[in-house]
Design a protein around this ligand. Structure first.
Ligand SMILES: [Zn+2]
Length: 67
């Protein structure tokens, strides 16, 4: 399902082969860590990787809205 024009996909631990920076907490997501990737439908290049907890907290702060 799309969420406000952002496609959210689950990244399994075996798929996380490099370190990403989570914009929710500005900390690294270590390789091998399951997390989420949010891809704006209108701008697929601007995909962002999030910790599960950070994404959930963000969604509660700004229901239905990504910037
Ligand atoms: Zn985070």
């Amino acid at each position: 399902m799309e969420h406000d024009d952002v496609s959210v996909q689950r990244v399994q631990p075996y798929q996380a082969v490099k370190t990403y920076l989570c914009p929710g907490c500005n900390q690294d997501i270590a390789p091998g860590t399951g997390h989420l990737v949010a891809v704006p439908v209108a701008a697929p290049d601007e995909r962002r990787h999030w910790h599960h907890g950070c994404w959930a907290a963000r969604a509660q702060r700004r229901p239905g809205r990504l910037r």
